[in-house]
Ligand binder design. Structure first.
Ligand code: ZN
Length: 584
């Protein structure tokens, strides 16, 4: 998963989990439940950088937009170019170059059954860089995803394999590092495998929320109450409140982050435990996860609050369609019924990956008078979370495959008038964006007859005019949006933009190491770019986050006059051409 966190901003409210270390097992009474019983090798791996002491800009499993962070982010003193070392013997099993994502990335398979992954690299070591370039010229593509044979690029522990960078979807210079189970590709907290990060600071708890579930599925209508949390050094309390009066079925949630010793930023916590009257009723602990489940972060957190309040509240009750394997000791999925009139003890324990912990306790009086009802919702159609659901209307069809929803849904659809500009259908309002989806869903929208001559240019957009992709078939445009929202058909007939940065027709480029451009597309997005010098394909490198496209001159371009041609194509096959002569 890419690193979209912006590292310079320490105040960012982030959340999440973590993992354990053998050392911490002795320190915690709940070790058996929180910390893994898996045995991982503790001495096989060395750190991937020589920066001492190591500091993290991002922790394993912490909350990112739409995914759990899949590794740890080592700080690199806000610069690039630090040597990156093979953490153990093995061979380069995968070489990947992407416009976004991990940018330049390298995977090493180790004989102990694990794979180490190094992302956002500025460059590979010269030998590997040459092989990558050969592959790029062979495939005529900047982006590659290559799986070399085991005997091709063997590495020894401590070999320099690459240099740290900021390529791909990176919010600042750092090294993204992962250790995966080679067979399953599940990603595991590297701190479990002996990668040491100094930390004797317990997690921080900021606030607590009570959700009035009232026996209903959690959604944006669930009434919630906010409680400020005060304290420090591992001991937290509700501000000015010792007893909360509650009635009926409720759930709890908290906002917490972790601090490390030294130079690390504000990172995610490892585990959250909730006890009722001394008995555990909810534990979340992120030891490892599968990439296919990563999006369920949106079920783990209060997703409506994340969108509306920009807050990452970690719920302590589990949605029925949540596939994450990070929960244990669940009683009634973490939902609690307060209807016995008695006084109850509730206690949170939040732990970081080193076993440092913080607690917060309060009392709940089950009070029949303390009812808060769920507001009545608009009449809709019942979509069970554990089935495939379909909605058919006159000019729209919606299909939610099984596994799309985390909760039962009261499905609401509305048709709205066609927008004035670039629209070839009515607006179809499908629920709203506050319902998290695990996978995309299928939407078919019937096209106006006016679309006839633009069928190949048609796509579906939402009301922010953001492309959802799609293609025309049998009178409909079909697409797979990843979120609910309001959609209609538009067309893209406008080619991409090419802005030359340092090159012009007839220019002498002799003193310059590269030629640079900015490229963009107004609607459907860039599908491909291809540059040619004297009619021969050349490698052009692209960085999505800055929209920069460049070619570094090499021995292929000798002194003298040359022709250059650049073709940039969008997803609807509109092509922009830029052609000039230059001197070298
Ligand atoms: Zn990362």
């Amino acid at each position: 998963m890419p690193c979209l966190k912006i590292y310079l901003n320490h105040q960012m409210v982030k959340s999440f989990y973590f993992l354990f270390l053998i050392l911490s097992v002795a320190a915690t009474g709940n070790a058996q439940e929180i910390f893994s019983t898996n045995t991982y090798p503790l001495t096989d791996f060395r750190p991937p950088l020589d920066i001492v002491p190591p500091a993290l800009a991002g922790s394993f499993g912490e909350l990112r937009s739409n995914h759990f962070h899949s590794g740890i982010d080592f700080r690199t003193n806000q610069t690039t170019g630090y040597p990156v070392y093979a953490t153990a013997d093995g061979y380069v099993a995968r070489l990947r170059v992407q416009n976004s994502g991990f940018g330049l990335a390298l995977y090493i398979n180790h004989p102990n059954g694990y794979t180490s992954v190094y992302g956002h690299l500025s460059r590979f070591n010269p030998k590997i860089a040459q092989q990558v370039k050969n592959i790029q010229y062979k495939n005529k593509s900047y982006e590659i995803d290559e799986f070399p044979n085991a005997d091709l690029i063997p590495v020894r522990k401590g070999d320099i394999i690459a240099y740290s960078g900021n390529t791909g979807s990176s919010g600042g210079p750092h090294l993204h590092f992962e250790i995966r189970d080679t067979k399953t590709e599940a990603t595991i907290n590297p701190q479990l495998l002996g990668i040491q990060i100094p930390d004797n600071v317990p997690p921080v708890i900021y606030s607590m929320y009570v959700y009035r579930l009232n026996g209903k599925p959690f959604n944006e209508f669930t009434p919630k109450q906010y409680f400020q949390v005060v304290g420090g050094n591992g001991k937290y309390n509700l501000n000015k409140v010792t007893t909360i009066h509650l009635n009926g079925e409720v759930g709890f949630g908290i906002i917490a982050t972790d601090k490390h010793s030294g130079n690390s930023g504000l990172n995610g916590v490892y585990s959250i435990e909730l006890e009722l009257d001394g008995k555990k009723i909810f534990t979340s602990a992120l030891e490892r996860f599968s990439f296919e489940n990563s999006k369920a972060i949106n079920s783990h957190i209060d997703y409506p609050a994340f969108l509306n309040l920009k807050r990452s509240i970690q719920k302590s009750f589990v949605d029925p369609g949540n596939p994450l394997q990070i929960y244990s000791s669940l009683v009634n999925s973490g939902r609690i019924n307060f209807n016995d009139g008695n006084l109850h003890d509730v206690k949170y324990t939040v732990t970081d990956s080193k076993g440092n912990k913080s607690t917060m306790a309060f009392k709940v009086l089950a009070d029949a008078k303390a009812i808060i009802n769920t507001p009545t919702q608009a009449a809709g159609i019942a979509f069970p979370y554990n089935k495939t659901n379909e909605y058919n209307a006159e000019d729209v069809k919606v299909i939610l495959p099984k596994g799309t929803l985390y909760n039962d849904l009261n499905f609401v659809y509305k048709k709205l008038p066609k927008p004035q500009q670039n629209a070839f259908s009515s607006i179809h309002q499908i629920q709203n964006n506050l319902t998290p989806l695990h996978t995309g869903f299928e939407i078919w929208i019937k096209a106006d007859t006016a679309l006839t001559k633009y069928q190949s240019k048609a796509l579906i957009v939402n009301t922010n005019r953001s492309s959802q992709g799609g293609y025309f078939e049998n009178g409909y445009v079909k697409a797979n949006p990843r979120t609910f929202g309001s959609f209609f058909i538009a067309i893209d007939t406008i080619p991409p933009n090419i802005i030359p940065v340092n090159i012009a027709d007839g220019k002498n480029m002799a003193g310059l190491s590269k030629m640079s451009f900015r490229i963009s597309d107004g609607l459907s997005g860039i599908k491909s770019f291809n540059g040619y010098i004297d009619g021969k394909w050349i490698l052009m490198e692209f960085d999505t986050k800055t929209a920069s496209l460049w070619h570094s001159f090499d021995e292929r371009t000798l002194p003298g006059k040359h022709s250059f041609e650049l073709l940039v194509t969008d997803m609807k096959d509109n092509v922009k051409r830029y052609a000039i002569d230059f001197y070298r």
